[in-house]
Design a protein around this ligand. Structure first.
Ligand code: DQA
Length: 147
């Protein structure tokens, strides 16, 4: 079984963008950590980062029947994208874990609401890039429990 790990806009700049908020780890480093966590749980993993809302939506649609779960950091689309909400709704009951590297609730008010969260089985906020590894562990747990 395999997981799909989606990263939205500007997350390609991880490691250089606001390091005081997002840390120094690059997206390539995060993906390597996630691959290790997935391997330990006997899961394959596929990655996509896109700065384009439609590309993320296409990837969600394509996950159905291919992947056993989705980890998604939708970046700023969390706060704007009803379309991403609807795409995730359309692939239910595929388990979804939403990740935010920063504690969005400690930041600007416009980051406090996520259109994606109602479609997520779990939301991991403010754990830094470790949140991705936690998300993989939770999906492995859900799948082992019979998902
Ligand atoms: C983010 C939080 C969002 O508000 C922001 O737009 C991002 C990253 C996070 O991982 O903390 O791009 O999703």
């Amino acid at each position: 079984r395999s997981l799909l790990v989606l990263n939205g806009p500007n997350l390609n700049l991880l490691g250089t963008r606001r390091p005081e908020t997002y840390g120094n780890t690059t997206l390539a480093d995060v993906e390597a950590q996630v691959r290790d966590a997935a391997e330990a749980a006997d899961l394959d993993v596929a990655f996509l980062q896109s700065n384009h809302e439609g590309a993320l939506i296409d990837a969600v649609h394509a996950a159905r029947g291919v992947h056993a779960g989705i980890v998604i950091n939708p970046g700023a689309y969390s706060h704007t994208s009803i379309a991403l909400h609807d795409a995730l709704e359309a692939v239910q009951p595929l388990p979804v874990v939403e990740v935010h590297i920063s504690n969005v609730h400690r930041r600007e008010a416009f980051r406090h609401h996520s259109y994606v969260s109602p479609q997520a089985d779990a939301v991991i906020v403010g754990a830094g890039v470790h949140g991705y590894t936690l998300a993989v562990a939770h999906l492995a747990h859900l799948l082992a429990a019979g998902g």
